[in-house]
Design a protein around this ligand. Structure first.
Ligand SMILES: C[S@@+](CC[C@H](N)C(=O)[O-])C[C@H]1O[C@@H](n2cnc3c(N)ncnc32)[C@H](O)[C@@H]1O
Length: 223
C-alpha cells in the first residue's frame, strides 16, 4: 500500500467512512481513535469535518510518516503514534469512538479487541469495516489467502459476533454495504515496478477466484 502510494485502503473507501460516521453522534468534544490509521485519511477527515479530538495509531513507519505529513500539511491537530493495536500506550476509558478500517484481519483479533474495549469509555462506540468471509473454505484455499494478504485469520460474520461478544461488546449491529464502492487510486501498470506488478496481478486473480467468498461487513457495537 505504501509502495503503491494508495491513500486509503479499506473497502468502500472514504465515501463509506463518511456515511458511517454521519450516523454517529460526533461533536468537537468527542475523543476518537483510528486504529491502523494508515496514511491518516479517515483521521484527517474526522478532525476536519467534526472538529473532534482525533488520534491515529499504526505500526508501519512509512504509514506513520505519511499520516504525520498529512496532518502537518493540512494543519490538523491530530496525534499520530506508532504502536501495535494489540498494545496501545494510552489510558483506560479514554475514547468515545474507536474506528478500525481493514485492520483487524491482519492482527490477533482477541488481543486487539480486548485493547479497543479497554480504551473505550463506558457507552463508547466501536465501528469497524472488516474483511469477512461468506462461507467456509478448504484448508489449502484458506492458507493461500492468508499467506498472500498476510491475514492472521479469516472470520465469518458469526465468528466476528462471537469475538466482539467475548471482548465484552454489546448492541452489535452488522451491515453489508452494497451501494458504495471504493475506487483505489492505483498507478498505471506500466508505472509499477515488476515486483509490484506481479502482486497486483495475483491480487486480481485472487479477487476473481474467490469473489463469492471474500467480503466485508460494517460492524458497530457499544461498550
Ligand atoms: C489495509 S491497511 C488500512 C489502513 C487504513 N485503515 C485505511 O483504511 O486506509 C491496514 C493497516 O493496518 C496497519 N497494521 C497492520 N497490523 C497492525 C498492528 N498489529 N498494529 C497496528 N497497525 C497495524 C498497517 O500498517 C496498515 O496501515
Amino acid at each position: 500500500m505504501s509502495k503503491l502510494g494508495i491513500e486509503g485502503a479499506h473497502p468502500g473507501g472514504i465515501n463509506l467512512t463518511k456515511e458511517i460516521f454521519k450516523r454517529e453522534d460526533i461533536n468537537r468534544n468527542s475523543h476518537i481513535l483510528d486504529v491502523g490509521c494508515g496514511t491518516g485519511q479517515t483521521a484527517a477527515y474526522i478532525a476536519y469535518r467534526y472538529g473532534a479530538k482525533v488520534t491515529g495509531i499504526d505500526i508501519n513507519p512509512t504509514m506513520v510518516a505519511k499520516a504525520k505529513m498529512r496532518m502537518k500539511k493540512n494543519q490538523l491537530p491530530v496525534t499520530i503514534m506508532q504502536c501495535l493495536v494489540e498494545e496501545i500506550p494510552l489510558p483506560d476509558n479514554h475514547f468515545d469512538f474507536i474506528a478500525s478500517e481493514s485492520v483487524l484481519a491482519f492482527v490477533n483479533k482477541p488481543m486487539a479487541l480486548k485493547e479497543i474495549f479497554r480504551l473505550l469509555k463506558s457507552g463508547g462506540r466501536f465501528i469497524a469495516i472488516e474483511q469477512t468471509i461468506n462461507g467456509r473454505l478448504k484448508e489449502n484455499e484458506e492458507n493461500e489467502i492468508k499467506q498472500f494478504y498476510g491475514f492472521d485469520s479469516l472470520s465469518t460474520e458469526k465468528d466476528w459476533v462471537a469475538l466482539l461478544q467475548q471482548a465484552g461488546f454489546d448492541r452489535i449491529r452488522i451491515e453489508e454495504n452494497t451501494s458504495i464502492e471504493s475506487v483505489p487510486d492505483i498507478p498505471d501498470a506500466n508505472e509499477l515496478e515488476a515486483e509490484l506488478y506481479e502482486i497486483m496481478d495475483k491480487h486480481s486473480d485472487m479477487m476473481t477466484r474467490y469473489k463469492e467468498i471474500l467480503g466485508y461487513r460494517i460492524y458497530s457495537c457499544t461498550k
